[in-house]
Design a protein around this ligand. Structure first.
Ligand SMILES: [Mn+2]
Length: 351
Protein backbone atom coordinates (compact mmCIF):
# COMPACT_ATOMS: atom_id res chain seq x y z
CA UNK A 1 0.00 0.00 0.00
CA UNK A 2 1.53 3.28 -0.94
CA UNK A 3 1.20 6.55 0.84
CA UNK A 4 -1.74 7.66 -1.23
CA UNK A 5 -3.91 4.67 -0.31
CA UNK A 6 -3.01 4.86 3.35
CA UNK A 7 -4.66 8.26 3.55
CA UNK A 8 -7.94 7.00 2.16
CA UNK A 9 -10.02 9.19 -0.05
CA UNK A 10 -8.90 12.49 1.28
CA UNK A 11 -5.74 12.86 -0.80
CA UNK A 12 -7.57 11.84 -3.94
CA UNK A 13 -10.18 14.51 -3.26
CA UNK A 14 -7.64 17.16 -2.63
CA UNK A 15 -5.73 16.12 -5.74
CA UNK A 16 -8.94 16.40 -7.63
CA UNK A 17 -9.40 19.86 -6.16
CA UNK A 18 -5.90 20.84 -7.17
CA UNK A 19 -6.56 19.55 -10.67
CA UNK A 20 -9.71 21.66 -10.94
CA UNK A 21 -7.89 24.68 -9.61
CA UNK A 22 -5.12 24.18 -12.16
CA UNK A 23 -7.53 23.78 -15.05
CA UNK A 24 -9.37 26.91 -14.00
CA UNK A 25 -6.09 28.74 -13.90
CA UNK A 26 -5.10 27.65 -17.38
CA UNK A 27 -8.55 28.11 -18.80
CA UNK A 28 -8.74 31.57 -17.33
CA UNK A 29 -5.26 32.32 -18.56
CA UNK A 30 -6.30 31.21 -22.03
CA UNK A 31 -9.36 33.39 -22.05
CA UNK A 32 -7.35 36.23 -20.67
CA UNK A 33 -4.79 35.71 -23.37
CA UNK A 34 -7.23 35.77 -26.23
CA UNK A 35 -9.79 38.28 -25.03
CA UNK A 36 -7.62 40.78 -23.28
CA UNK A 37 -4.42 40.64 -25.26
CA UNK A 38 -6.16 39.90 -28.57
CA UNK A 39 -3.29 37.88 -29.95
CA UNK A 40 -5.47 36.51 -32.75
CA UNK A 41 -6.83 39.85 -33.85
CA UNK A 42 -3.46 41.56 -33.64
CA UNK A 43 -1.84 38.81 -35.72
CA UNK A 44 -4.57 39.09 -38.32
CA UNK A 45 -4.19 42.87 -38.49
CA UNK A 46 -0.44 42.61 -38.87
CA UNK A 47 -0.77 40.05 -41.68
CA UNK A 48 -3.51 42.01 -43.44
CA UNK A 49 -1.52 45.26 -43.37
CA UNK A 50 1.60 43.50 -44.58
CA UNK A 51 -0.36 42.18 -47.56
CA UNK A 52 -2.19 45.46 -48.24
CA UNK A 53 -1.17 47.72 -51.09
CA UNK A 54 -3.26 50.81 -50.56
CA UNK A 55 -4.86 51.59 -47.23
CA UNK A 56 -7.55 54.09 -46.31
CA UNK A 57 -7.55 55.33 -42.72
CA UNK A 58 -10.76 56.76 -41.36
CA UNK A 59 -11.97 58.21 -38.05
CA UNK A 60 -15.22 59.66 -36.74
CA UNK A 61 -16.82 63.10 -37.27
CA UNK A 62 -15.79 65.81 -34.80
CA UNK A 63 -12.47 64.01 -34.45
CA UNK A 64 -10.89 64.21 -31.00
CA UNK A 65 -7.37 63.63 -29.75
CA UNK A 66 -7.86 59.87 -29.51
CA UNK A 67 -9.17 59.54 -33.05
CA UNK A 68 -6.46 61.78 -34.54
CA UNK A 69 -3.68 60.30 -32.41
CA UNK A 70 -4.75 56.83 -33.59
CA UNK A 71 -4.80 57.92 -37.26
CA UNK A 72 -1.36 59.53 -36.94
CA UNK A 73 0.17 56.52 -35.16
CA UNK A 74 -1.25 53.96 -37.60
CA UNK A 75 -0.02 56.09 -40.51
CA UNK A 76 3.48 55.81 -39.00
CA UNK A 77 3.10 52.05 -38.82
CA UNK A 78 2.03 51.88 -42.49
CA UNK A 79 5.01 54.04 -43.46
CA UNK A 80 7.29 51.59 -41.63
CA UNK A 81 5.78 48.82 -43.79
CA UNK A 82 6.29 50.92 -46.95
CA UNK A 83 2.57 51.05 -47.71
CA UNK A 84 0.60 53.66 -49.61
CA UNK A 85 -2.08 55.22 -47.44
CA UNK A 86 -4.54 58.10 -47.24
CA UNK A 87 -6.47 59.51 -44.30
CA UNK A 88 -10.01 60.79 -44.77
CA UNK A 89 -12.40 62.54 -42.39
CA UNK A 90 -15.95 63.67 -42.90
CA UNK A 91 -15.17 67.02 -41.30
CA UNK A 92 -12.41 69.60 -41.04
CA UNK A 93 -10.12 68.87 -38.11
CA UNK A 94 -9.68 71.40 -35.31
CA UNK A 95 -6.39 73.41 -35.41
CA UNK A 96 -5.46 72.24 -31.92
CA UNK A 97 -4.19 69.02 -33.44
CA UNK A 98 -1.83 70.27 -36.11
CA UNK A 99 1.11 69.17 -33.92
CA UNK A 100 0.31 65.55 -34.78
CA UNK A 101 2.31 64.07 -37.65
CA UNK A 102 0.48 63.51 -40.97
CA UNK A 103 -2.60 65.54 -40.01
CA UNK A 104 -1.71 68.05 -42.74
CA UNK A 105 -2.32 65.33 -45.32
CA UNK A 106 -5.85 64.48 -44.19
CA UNK A 107 -8.46 64.57 -46.96
CA UNK A 108 -11.66 66.27 -45.88
CA UNK A 109 -15.15 65.40 -47.11
CA UNK A 110 -16.48 62.00 -48.12
CA UNK A 111 -17.68 63.27 -51.49
CA UNK A 112 -14.09 62.99 -52.75
CA UNK A 113 -13.74 59.39 -51.64
CA UNK A 114 -12.89 56.84 -54.32
CA UNK A 115 -13.22 53.57 -52.46
CA UNK A 116 -11.99 51.47 -55.39
CA UNK A 117 -8.50 52.94 -54.83
CA UNK A 118 -8.07 50.98 -51.61
CA UNK A 119 -7.82 47.29 -50.83
CA UNK A 120 -7.88 47.81 -47.06
CA UNK A 121 -9.77 50.21 -44.80
CA UNK A 122 -8.67 50.91 -41.25
CA UNK A 123 -11.49 52.32 -39.10
CA UNK A 124 -10.23 53.90 -35.88
CA UNK A 125 -12.06 54.96 -32.69
CA UNK A 126 -15.39 55.10 -34.54
CA UNK A 127 -17.72 53.29 -32.10
CA UNK A 128 -19.86 52.30 -35.08
CA UNK A 129 -18.73 52.18 -38.69
CA UNK A 130 -21.90 54.08 -39.67
CA UNK A 131 -20.53 57.17 -37.93
CA UNK A 132 -17.53 57.41 -40.23
CA UNK A 133 -19.43 58.28 -43.40
CA UNK A 134 -17.83 55.44 -45.41
CA UNK A 135 -20.60 52.86 -44.90
CA UNK A 136 -22.50 54.04 -48.00
CA UNK A 137 -19.41 53.56 -50.16
CA UNK A 138 -19.01 49.98 -49.07
CA UNK A 139 -22.26 48.80 -50.59
CA UNK A 140 -21.50 49.73 -54.19
CA UNK A 141 -17.92 48.59 -54.47
CA UNK A 142 -15.98 45.38 -54.23
CA UNK A 143 -15.74 45.17 -50.49
CA UNK A 144 -12.21 46.12 -49.37
CA UNK A 145 -10.94 44.42 -46.21
CA UNK A 146 -12.26 46.35 -43.21
CA UNK A 147 -10.26 46.48 -39.99
CA UNK A 148 -11.72 48.14 -36.91
CA UNK A 149 -9.62 49.19 -33.93
CA UNK A 150 -11.67 50.71 -31.15
CA UNK A 151 -12.41 50.86 -27.43
CA UNK A 152 -16.18 51.54 -27.34
CA UNK A 153 -17.91 48.70 -25.45
CA UNK A 154 -21.02 49.11 -27.58
CA UNK A 155 -19.08 48.51 -30.81
CA UNK A 156 -20.06 45.06 -32.00
CA UNK A 157 -17.43 45.12 -34.75
CA UNK A 158 -18.70 45.33 -38.31
CA UNK A 159 -15.21 44.84 -39.76
CA UNK A 160 -13.63 41.72 -41.20
CA UNK A 161 -11.12 41.99 -38.36
CA UNK A 162 -12.10 43.74 -35.14
CA UNK A 163 -9.74 44.64 -32.32
CA UNK A 164 -12.07 46.16 -29.76
CA UNK A 165 -10.91 46.37 -26.18
CA UNK A 166 -12.73 47.99 -23.31
CA UNK A 167 -9.82 50.18 -22.19
CA UNK A 168 -9.14 53.90 -21.91
CA UNK A 169 -8.67 54.77 -25.55
CA UNK A 170 -8.13 53.53 -29.07
CA UNK A 171 -4.55 54.77 -28.72
CA UNK A 172 -4.09 52.43 -25.77
CA UNK A 173 -5.29 49.51 -27.95
CA UNK A 174 -2.81 50.60 -30.64
CA UNK A 175 -0.06 50.79 -28.00
CA UNK A 176 -0.77 47.11 -27.24
CA UNK A 177 -0.79 46.29 -30.95
CA UNK A 178 2.59 47.96 -31.46
CA UNK A 179 3.99 46.01 -28.49
CA UNK A 180 2.67 42.80 -30.00
CA UNK A 181 4.13 43.40 -33.46
CA UNK A 182 7.31 44.80 -31.95
CA UNK A 183 7.08 48.08 -33.85
CA UNK A 184 10.00 50.29 -32.82
CA UNK A 185 8.46 53.70 -33.23
CA UNK A 186 9.89 57.19 -32.91
CA UNK A 187 8.91 60.00 -30.56
CA UNK A 188 6.31 61.46 -32.98
CA UNK A 189 4.35 58.21 -32.83
CA UNK A 190 4.70 58.09 -29.04
CA UNK A 191 3.31 61.66 -28.88
CA UNK A 192 0.36 60.64 -31.05
CA UNK A 193 -0.49 57.67 -28.81
CA UNK A 194 -0.11 59.70 -25.63
CA UNK A 195 -2.41 62.38 -27.09
CA UNK A 196 -5.17 59.77 -27.38
CA UNK A 197 -4.66 58.47 -23.87
CA UNK A 198 -4.56 61.93 -22.30
CA UNK A 199 -7.61 63.09 -24.25
CA UNK A 200 -9.84 60.15 -23.41
CA UNK A 201 -8.80 59.97 -19.76
CA UNK A 202 -9.01 63.77 -19.28
CA UNK A 203 -5.38 63.80 -18.12
CA UNK A 204 -5.95 60.59 -16.09
CA UNK A 205 -8.96 62.10 -14.31
CA UNK A 206 -11.73 59.87 -15.71
CA UNK A 207 -12.78 56.47 -14.41
CA UNK A 208 -11.44 54.68 -17.52
CA UNK A 209 -7.86 55.29 -16.32
CA UNK A 210 -6.33 52.00 -15.16
CA UNK A 211 -2.94 51.28 -13.65
CA UNK A 212 -1.99 49.82 -17.03
CA UNK A 213 -3.02 53.03 -18.77
CA UNK A 214 -0.70 55.05 -16.55
CA UNK A 215 2.15 52.57 -17.04
CA UNK A 216 1.77 52.73 -20.81
CA UNK A 217 1.67 56.53 -20.71
CA UNK A 218 4.91 56.50 -18.72
CA UNK A 219 6.49 54.16 -21.28
CA UNK A 220 5.43 56.55 -24.05
CA UNK A 221 7.06 59.47 -22.26
CA UNK A 222 10.20 57.35 -21.94
CA UNK A 223 10.06 56.87 -25.71
CA UNK A 224 10.06 60.64 -26.15
CA UNK A 225 6.35 61.55 -26.19
CA UNK A 226 6.02 65.26 -25.49
CA UNK A 227 3.67 65.37 -22.50
CA UNK A 228 4.01 69.13 -22.03
CA UNK A 229 3.28 69.93 -25.65
CA UNK A 230 0.12 67.81 -25.58
CA UNK A 231 -0.98 69.35 -22.29
CA UNK A 232 -0.42 72.85 -23.58
CA UNK A 233 -2.13 72.27 -26.92
CA UNK A 234 -5.06 70.29 -25.58
CA UNK A 235 -5.72 71.36 -22.05
CA UNK A 236 -4.42 74.91 -21.68
CA UNK A 237 -5.85 76.14 -24.93
CA UNK A 238 -9.26 77.41 -23.90
CA UNK A 239 -10.07 80.65 -25.64
CA UNK A 240 -11.88 83.47 -23.87
CA UNK A 241 -15.21 83.05 -25.72
CA UNK A 242 -15.23 79.36 -24.75
CA UNK A 243 -14.64 80.19 -21.08
CA UNK A 244 -17.41 82.82 -21.18
CA UNK A 245 -19.76 80.31 -22.78
CA UNK A 246 -18.91 77.85 -20.02
CA UNK A 247 -19.62 80.48 -17.33
CA UNK A 248 -22.94 81.50 -18.82
CA UNK A 249 -24.27 77.99 -19.26
CA UNK A 250 -23.02 76.55 -15.98
CA UNK A 251 -25.41 78.94 -14.23
CA UNK A 252 -28.27 77.19 -16.03
CA UNK A 253 -27.55 73.76 -14.57
CA UNK A 254 -30.53 71.88 -13.20
CA UNK A 255 -30.52 69.04 -10.70
CA UNK A 256 -33.21 66.37 -10.50
CA UNK A 257 -32.79 64.97 -6.99
CA UNK A 258 -35.24 62.12 -7.49
CA UNK A 259 -33.34 60.74 -10.48
CA UNK A 260 -29.99 61.95 -9.18
CA UNK A 261 -29.29 63.58 -12.53
CA UNK A 262 -27.57 66.88 -13.13
CA UNK A 263 -28.54 68.22 -16.51
CA UNK A 264 -28.11 71.03 -18.93
CA UNK A 265 -30.18 71.87 -21.97
CA UNK A 266 -28.68 73.65 -24.96
CA UNK A 267 -30.94 74.87 -27.73
CA UNK A 268 -29.98 75.57 -31.32
CA UNK A 269 -29.75 79.28 -30.45
CA UNK A 270 -27.45 78.58 -27.48
CA UNK A 271 -25.16 76.49 -29.64
CA UNK A 272 -24.94 79.24 -32.25
CA UNK A 273 -23.35 81.56 -29.66
CA UNK A 274 -19.70 82.46 -29.84
CA UNK A 275 -17.48 80.00 -27.97
CA UNK A 276 -20.02 77.17 -27.98
CA UNK A 277 -17.78 74.20 -27.14
CA UNK A 278 -19.78 71.56 -25.38
CA UNK A 279 -17.05 69.03 -24.62
CA UNK A 280 -15.56 71.46 -22.11
CA UNK A 281 -18.97 71.78 -20.49
CA UNK A 282 -19.53 68.01 -20.27
CA UNK A 283 -16.08 67.46 -18.82
CA UNK A 284 -16.59 70.29 -16.34
CA UNK A 285 -19.89 68.86 -15.10
CA UNK A 286 -18.14 65.62 -14.17
CA UNK A 287 -16.42 67.44 -11.34
CA UNK A 288 -19.74 67.58 -9.55
CA UNK A 289 -20.01 65.60 -6.32
CA UNK A 290 -23.76 65.05 -5.87
CA UNK A 291 -25.16 63.63 -9.07
CA UNK A 292 -24.70 60.03 -10.20
CA UNK A 293 -25.40 60.97 -13.80
CA UNK A 294 -24.82 64.16 -15.73
CA UNK A 295 -26.79 64.71 -18.88
CA UNK A 296 -26.39 67.28 -21.65
CA UNK A 297 -29.11 67.73 -24.25
CA UNK A 298 -28.08 69.45 -27.45
CA UNK A 299 -30.50 70.47 -30.14
CA UNK A 300 -29.06 70.03 -33.62
CA UNK A 301 -29.94 71.81 -36.86
CA UNK A 302 -31.13 68.53 -38.34
CA UNK A 303 -34.18 68.13 -36.08
CA UNK A 304 -32.33 65.72 -33.81
CA UNK A 305 -31.42 66.14 -30.16
CA UNK A 306 -28.23 64.58 -28.90
CA UNK A 307 -28.44 63.29 -25.35
CA UNK A 308 -25.04 62.66 -23.72
CA UNK A 309 -24.66 60.87 -20.41
CA UNK A 310 -21.71 60.60 -18.10
CA UNK A 311 -22.00 58.53 -14.94
CA UNK A 312 -19.99 57.82 -11.82
CA UNK A 313 -20.83 54.11 -11.63
CA UNK A 314 -24.01 53.34 -13.58
CA UNK A 315 -23.73 51.56 -16.93
CA UNK A 316 -25.13 54.21 -19.25
CA UNK A 317 -23.84 52.46 -22.40
CA UNK A 318 -26.45 49.71 -22.09
CA UNK A 319 -29.39 52.07 -22.00
CA UNK A 320 -27.92 54.30 -24.70
CA UNK A 321 -27.47 51.26 -26.92
CA UNK A 322 -31.10 50.28 -26.40
CA UNK A 323 -32.06 53.77 -27.52
CA UNK A 324 -30.04 53.46 -30.71
CA UNK A 325 -26.85 55.12 -29.47
CA UNK A 326 -23.64 53.84 -27.97
CA UNK A 327 -20.47 54.65 -26.09
CA UNK A 328 -18.73 53.51 -22.94
CA UNK A 329 -19.98 52.22 -19.61
CA UNK A 330 -19.60 55.65 -18.00
CA UNK A 331 -19.97 57.93 -21.04
CA UNK A 332 -22.57 57.29 -23.71
CA UNK A 333 -24.95 59.13 -26.00
CA UNK A 334 -27.94 58.68 -28.29
CA UNK A 335 -30.06 60.76 -30.68
CA UNK A 336 -33.75 61.52 -30.41
CA UNK A 337 -35.91 63.27 -32.97
CA UNK A 338 -37.62 66.51 -31.94
CA UNK A 339 -37.08 70.00 -30.68
CA UNK A 340 -36.60 71.40 -27.19
CA UNK A 341 -39.46 73.41 -25.76
CA UNK A 342 -39.47 75.27 -22.44
CA UNK A 343 -42.36 74.40 -20.12
CA UNK A 344 -44.18 76.86 -17.85
CA UNK A 345 -42.56 75.58 -14.67
CA UNK A 346 -39.08 76.29 -16.03
CA UNK A 347 -38.39 72.73 -17.20
CA UNK A 348 -37.96 71.38 -20.69
CA UNK A 349 -39.71 68.90 -22.90
CA UNK A 350 -39.01 67.33 -26.24
CA UNK A 351 -41.69 67.85 -28.88
MN1 LIG B 1 -11.69 57.28 -28.05
Amino acid sequence: MNARHRHGVTPRNSLHGVFILYSCFFLEKDLYYFNVFMINEFNKIQQALMKAESVLLVGHPRPDGDCLGALSAMADYLISLNKKYEIILDEELPNDFDFLAHTEKILVGMKNLKMEKYDTVLVLDAGDIKRTGIADFLQDTDHPLIIEIDHHVTNRGAGDINAIKNISSTCEVIYDFFQHVNFKYQKETATALLTGILTDTGLFAFANTSGETVKKAAALVARGADFNLIKKRMFNSQQLPELKFLGKFLSRLQFNEKLNILFLVLTKEDLAEEGAETDILSNFLQQNKEAEITMVLKEGDDGMIKVSWRSKKADVARLAKELGGGGHKKAAAFLVKGKLVKTEDGGWKIE
